[in-house]
Ligand binder design. Structure first.
Ligand code: GLU
Length: 546
């Protein structure tokens, strides 16, 4: 059979150039020894999973630590999954977490185009080459025929796929092929696999260590009927011509590794190093399962932005998932930038990385407790501008006021910083009572209304906004005493039944009346921040509600 003629008949693409053109157009990169070229290669589905950040961080760290290049390639061969604006989502969501690409889609770079749909010519050139060498062939099987084969294989407990006796089009004659073409039957191009499933090799996976891989024997599709390549074929060509040295990708690709090894081999390309990282899992009842896009809001990167997690906190948490020795380093060097941690691919988890939102929240709280009030103001404002309610946006109108609130609520200047703020959304909800528009108290006292009423009235009558903290507290005590509450804690502890309660119960009533909450930072300071009129108004409102 004239294979050159067949290649022309099957892939009539005028743009295709001789292969050495591509080798010259995308030369080896001029990088220092040991520099790694890595990439993120997502499909533009518009959804960014936390696993994308995990993989992106690993690839970014490896590239940048080694003086290499980290680029973005858009794998848009599956048109059905494509969503408008998805590439922008990829850039913005990753940039938020400090992951920036050196080159790639929507950026500059000499190894593009970085959208696979714009690279048809290169894929066609190499598919043609394989046909010419007798290593690929057209397949005219219909969906129904393939389905029948699948059913037969399932019934007979045979390995699924297009191989051996099931590869019906593998040995079509020249006449049959041209007759099918003349009849305008649609066709795909398949690899003519040279592998044997009986043969196994040891393969060094950068994350998992030495693993055994079975040779591929599947005649996988390399070009679909519309001439668009499959992921397998496209990634091999792209990683070669973009001069990728290391592919860190999700372990769901591990089962395709034999196909990829064969494809690199038949294409005559050097195989990059591969590392398959484990999926991110969570504990769900008694089981451990993958974080699911459908069930778990925290699976989406958008979640962290919408909640207003500080990017450094998320990044720090991701590093704890990525490298087992990171936390130890963090304890030793809490003030160093994360970039100084020597990330190592060998220390990535080999099984599942367990996602624990409680731990993320702890890291976030500790991180937010390192911020100054102005840093917190700026961070919260940026969040509120994008995600906040109209009332929350208005919190930022009086900067001086809000800075006082933040100073108090973050414990700045106190003995110990408070660690109450987890993320922007929760922080702004926490300080809502400082603002009239969002002050919506549900007064829940632990004492009879009549008792609360005399306490509030007594305090209101005695209140002097000019009192310092200790004069203020003396007044709380005298209101307590006037209502029979203990002011001497020793006496109270000796015989608690002798009193309705003690001074802290009285302070709690005042706190609930002023803020609607039983737990807040220092009440005297809160009243100072609210100002005389507002404090009075709140006491009156609380009395009226009794
Ligand atoms: N497009 C593939 C995905 O989204 C990329 C896998 C790879 O990194 O090679 O999963």
């Amino acid at each position: 059979m004239d294979l050159n003629k067949l290649a022309e008949a099957l892939i009539p693409d005028e743009n295709v150039k001789p292969l050495d053109y591509y080798e010259a157009a995308y030369p080896e990169r001029d990088l220092p020894k040991g520099a790694q070229v890595t990439r993120l290669a997502p499909s533009p589905t518009g959804f960014m999973h936390i696993g994308n950040l995990y993989v992106a961080l690993a690839n970014e760290r490896i590239a940048h630590q080694s003086g290499g290049v980290f680029y973005l390639r858009i794998e848009d061969t599956d048109d059905k999954r494509k969503v408008e604006g998805a590439v922008e989502v990829i850039h913005t969501s990753l940039k938020y977490f400090g992951v920036a690409f050196d080159e790639g889609a929507d950026l500059c770079g000499n190894y593009g185009p970085y959208y696979q749909r714009q690279r048809a010519e290169i894929y066609h050139a190499y598919a043609k080459e394989l046909i010419k060498k007798g290593l690929a062939y057209p397949c005219f099987c219909t969906e129904e025929e393939l389905e029948k084969t699948r059913e037969y294989q399932t019934e007979n407990k045979l390995l699924p796929g297009y191989y051996g006796e099931f590869a019906k089009c593998r040995n079509l004659t020249e006449e049959e092929i041209y007759a099918n073409l003349a009849a305008k039957k649609p066709y795909v191009i398949r690899l003519k696999s040279q592998g044997d499933v009986e043969v196994k090799h040891t393969f060094h996976d950068e994350v998992k260590g030495d693993i055994t891989v079975t040779e591929n024997n599947q005649d996988v599709v390399i070009l679909k009927s519309d001439g668009i390549p499959t992921y397998h074929f496209a990634h091999a060509i792209d990683d070669h011509f973009m001069r990728t040295t290391l592919v860190i990708r999700g372990e769901e690709w591990l089962s395709s590794l034999p196909i990829h090894i064969e494809l690199f081999k038949v294409l005559g390309f050097r195989l990059p190093k591969y590392g398959h990282n484990c999926s991110i899992q969570k504990i769900d009842g008694d089981t451990r399962r993958k974080l699911s896009k459908r069930k778990d809001p925290e699976a989406s990167l958008t979640f962290y932005r919408e909640q207003g997690y500080h990017p450094t906190a998320v990044r720090t948490y991701m590093m704890t998932l990525l490298n087992s020795n990171f936390e130890e380093w963090l304890l030793k060097c809490p003030d160093k930038p994360l970039e100084e941690f020597k990330y190592s691919i060998g220390k990535m988890g080999k099984s599942g990385a367990l996602f624990d939102i409680v731990k993320l929240n702890d890291i976030s709280k500790s991180f937010m407790a390192t911020m100054s009030e102005t840093e917190a103001y700026d961070f919260l404002k940026t969040w509120a501008d994008e995600f906040g309610t109209e009332e929350q946006k208005a919190y930022f109108a009086d900067k001086e006021y809000l800075l006082k609130v933040l100073t108090l609520c973050m414990g700045i200047g106190g003995k110990k910083r408070r660690k109450d703020f987890v993320c922007a959304k929760q922080a702004l909800e926490m300080i809502a009572y400082f603002f009239n528009a969002t002050f919506a108290p549900e007064y829940e006292y632990r004492f009879e209304n009549s008792v609360v009423k005399t306490v509030l009235e007594g305090f209101k009558a005695a209140y002097d906004h000019a009192d310092d903290c200790s004069a203020w507290f003396d007044k709380v005590k005298s209101v307590a005493a006037a209502n029979g509450f203990a002011t001497d804690m020793k006496a109270y502890k000796a015989d608690p039944t002798a009193y309705p309660g003690n001074v802290s119960d009285v302070a709690e009533m005042l706190r609930i009346a002023t803020t609607g909450l039983a737990n807040t930072p220092d009440l005297w300071t809160i009243m100072q921040i609210l100002g005389k009129n507002e404090t009075m108004a709140r006491l009156e409102k609380a009395i009226a509600a009794l």
